[in-house]
Design a protein around this ligand. Structure first.
Ligand SMILES: NC(=O)c1ccc[n+]([C@@H]2O[C@H](COP(=O)([O-])OP(=O)(O)OC[C@H]3O[C@@H](n4cnc5c(N)ncnc54)[C@H](O)[C@@H]3O)[C@@H](O)[C@H]2O)c1
Length: 680
């Protein structure tokens, strides 16, 4: 018969039986709104029992009412009592305890994801994207830390939706950590069943780099946003390769976790931006960082200043403290020309607080969300309808609107505006407006393999970051393609643009071999003692790694956009080749059941062993995506795989599709139909 004493004695790595003091929760820290719980009594009991699994029995009586109160108040059990009392931030690696470099490195990454300067709702372990968590609760956080301190270079830590299942023997070239988040069995793979599972403490929404411990603050997304804006300008506004967005107006919403990058990106691209944001605290954060130039809650003033800067062809980003729908309706009513238009509210969870309906302040939205959900949903639907109407009018007048991967068009569709679907009835044929991946990032970047490669200098030294910037720059040939020139300019100016928030990190879009060469160069620098160890990774918003038909794989047109084989292969292949961390998630940035996405982390310790891992895993991680895109007949991917096969004779070999001519298909079908008619 098992009893709690034998269980306590059977574990060396566990939470202490001493009750931690309840922390002081500061007033000025952003808090997650209540998450709706639809649990019955049996499920509530389960949720309590599940949370208490982490703590020794002597604490149960004290913690059970506290946990129940959290569940009823917040819709989740976060275990606030177990939150560290000291400030959490990504410290230099040497300040962490551990038995292997990877164990210490992951603690840097986790703490950076929860830094108050970086995280969206740090108390609720949400890094970004409204719901993207590092893990579900603070008991898990504490336990993961203990495991990482004990992890050796011959063990692997398994983390299941934030729950550290345990350390298991593996070998030196195995991943040190394998993570999955939010994966559901097919028939339960929907937001409702997932919400139940998560409220009971059984699942976690990892977004992308939140639950994959690879978030590097909004910088991670600035480069992608810059690329998107400049390429949108090239494609739609006739801007030539050597010119920028000077004299062009970009309007959007959101200054949150990822959306916060928009103001900075439009400035780097030299355009004028007006960004609506309902939550003043997020505007304040961006103002303090210098990522947005000014704020106003007066629309007349916002447009007056924009006009002046457009005329001078100088850049400025203006935060409009208010609702995006009011901003757009003002532009419509006053006949203002908008060149580029998008939206980055958290529309992947519009009814959970991701989208603030017109007519409510940010504070009122939180109150209504907690008090009258039905009314809140109605208001969101009405607001989305008005939002859609304003966009349509502007598009009719010549604006280029693109969906920014936040499932905005899906949200508009779900709110009842079926006309946003191409076929007017369902989303199977896509939407009437392009998505930024479908139109811009997919064909112009992902299809070649360019994606959000990133690194963190684990020493915490800015001078290490500078050295890596220079080293990366030396690997790029700016004359090869326009994309290489953009990347070269990006990394050349990165330090000047003051992009670091949190750890000393950098993002740089690169293709498969560019990533490999930079990684080898960095590892060599570590070996020679020129810099401290480096964590390599990427966002999941990439060529490979992510199957997401409303976003990353929205420019896949062979019918395979609804499959998730590539994401799973990328993850498994990375594990097999010895990445230090591999992660596989459900939902990405678009919501549960709409994506399967994976990421990785690789610690560069300067060893020859890691050189070998780089040579096999880094090209695989990207080329799996290029190969799949090539197989889907994407033109630039076919070009890239042809080149790759030539370069890697006897090593790698990719299957490339033969292209059937449309006339043959048409003719065959016509003949078949004719035959059917003749046969009656
Ligand atoms: N930047 C990218 O490259 C990128 C890529 C893919 C997806 N996304 C998606 O973009 C969305 C935003 O991501 P995030 O991390 O910034 O989320 P976030 O929740 O941190 O930020 C969204 C912001 O929008 C504001 N907002 C909500 N409704 C508003 C309204 N009606 N008017 C004005 N402001 C409003 C919120 O206050 C919040 O600050 C997510 O759905 C994410 O998945 C972004």
């Amino acid at each position: 018969m098992t009893d709690n004493l034998s269980i306590f004695n059977a574990m060396k790595i566990k939470l202490s039986d001493e009750l931690p003091e309840y922390p002081v929760l500061k007033e000025n820290v952003r808090r997650a709104p209540k998450r709706e719980v639809a649990l019955n009594e049996r499920e509530i009991k389960l949720a309590l029992k599940n949370a208490l699994r982490y703590v020794p029995e002597s604490l149960h009586e004290k913690l059970a009412p506290e946990f129940l109160d959290e569940l009823m108040t917040y819709g989740r059990i976060y275990g606030y009592r177990f939150m560290p009392k000291e400030r959490i931030y990504g410290k230099p690696i040497d300040e962490y305890k551990g038995k292997c470099i990877e164990g210490k490195a992951f603690q840097v990454m986790i703490d950076n994801n929860l830094d108050h300067e970086v995280a969206l709702y740090p108390y609720e372990l949400v890094t970004y994207g409204e719901t993207g968590q590092v893990c579900q609760n603070w008991m898990q956080y504490q336990l993961i830390k203990k495991y990482l301190e004990e992890l050796t270079d011959e063990q692997t830590l398994a983390v299941l939706s934030g729950h550290p299942l345990g350390l298991f023997k593996s070998h030196k070239n195995s991943p040190r950590v394998i993570i999955s988040n939010g994966l559901m069995v097919g028939m339960f793979d929907n937001p409702q069943d997932w919400a139940k599972a998560t409220a009971m403490g059984c699942s976690s929404y990892g977004q992308m780099t939140a639950g994959g411990w690879m978030y590097i603050g909004p910088q991670g997304i600035v480069h992608g946003t810059f690329n998107t804006l400049i390429n949108a300008g090239r494609k739609e506004l006739g801007i030539t390769d050597d010119k920028d967005l000077a004299g062009h107006l970009f309007i959007t919403s959101g200054l949150g976790g990822m959306s916060g990058a928009q103001a900075k990106a439009v400035e780097i691209a030299n355009g004028v931006g007006i960004i609506a944001e309902v939550d003043y605290s997020r505007i304040e954060t961006r103002l303090t960082q210098g990522w947005v130039s000014m704020v106003t809650d007066n629309l007349e003033e916002a447009f007056e200043i924009a006009r002046e800067y457009l005329y001078k062809k100088q850049t400025i980003s203006i935060a409009y403290h208010g609702n995006i729908v009011d901003l757009l309706e003002y532009a419509v009513d006053n006949n203002i020309h908008v060149d580029l238009l998008s939206d980055q509210t958290s529309c992947h969870v519009p009814y959970d607080g991701g989208y603030c309906p017109k007519g409510l302040t940010f504070k009122e939205r939180t109150e209504l969300l907690n008090s009258n959900r039905e009314k809140f949903v109605q208001m969101v639907n009405k607001s989305l309808a008005d939002h859609f109407k304003a966009i349509k009018t502007l598009v009719d007048r010549g604006t280029y609107f693109f969906d920014y991967g936040n499932a905005f068009m899906k949200a508009v569709f779900d709110a009842g505006m079926k006309e946003i679907a191409k076929n007017g009835k369902d989303t199977s044929e896509g939407f009437i407006f392009p998505s930024y991946v479908e139109d811009i990032m997919g064909p112009m970047l992902f299809d070649y393999g360019y994606g959000p490669f990133r690194w963190v200098c684990l020493s915490g030294k800015p001078e290490d970051l500078h050295k890596t910037d220079l080293a990366a720059m030396s690997v790029i040939d700016p004359n090869r393609r326009g994309q290489d020139r953009d990347n070269y300019i990006w990394i050349r100016d990165a330090k000047k643009n003051k992009l670091v928030v949190g750890t000393q990190a950098r993002i740089l879009y690169q293709d498969a071999l560019g990533r490999r060469d930079i990684a080898l160069k960095f590892n060599d620098m570590v070996r020679k003692g020129e810099i401290g160890p480096v964590m390599l990774g990427r966002d999941h918003h990439d060529t490979g790694g992510t199957d997401s038909p409303f976003r990353e794989t929205s420019n896949i047109y062979d019918g395979s956009n609804v499959t998730a084989d590539m994401a799973v292969h990328c993850f498994a292949g990375n594990a097999a080749r010895g990445m230090s961390l591999v992660a596989l998630h459900n939902g990405g940035g678009v919501g549960i059941s709409k994506a399967i996405n994976g990421g990785f982390g690789l610690v560069l310790d300067g060893s020859k062993r890691v050189d070998e891992i780089i040579k096999t895993s880094i090209p695989w991680d990207t080329m799996v995506g290029v190969s799949r895109r090539s197989w889907a007949r994407n033109e630039h991917s076919i070009e890239t795989t042809i080149e790759y096969n030539k370069k890697f004779v006897g090593e790698d070999h990719i299957t490339i599709p033969f292209l059937a001519k449309d006339e043959i298909i048409e003719e065959t079908l016509k003949n078949y139909k004719n035959k059917g008619e003749q046969n009656g």
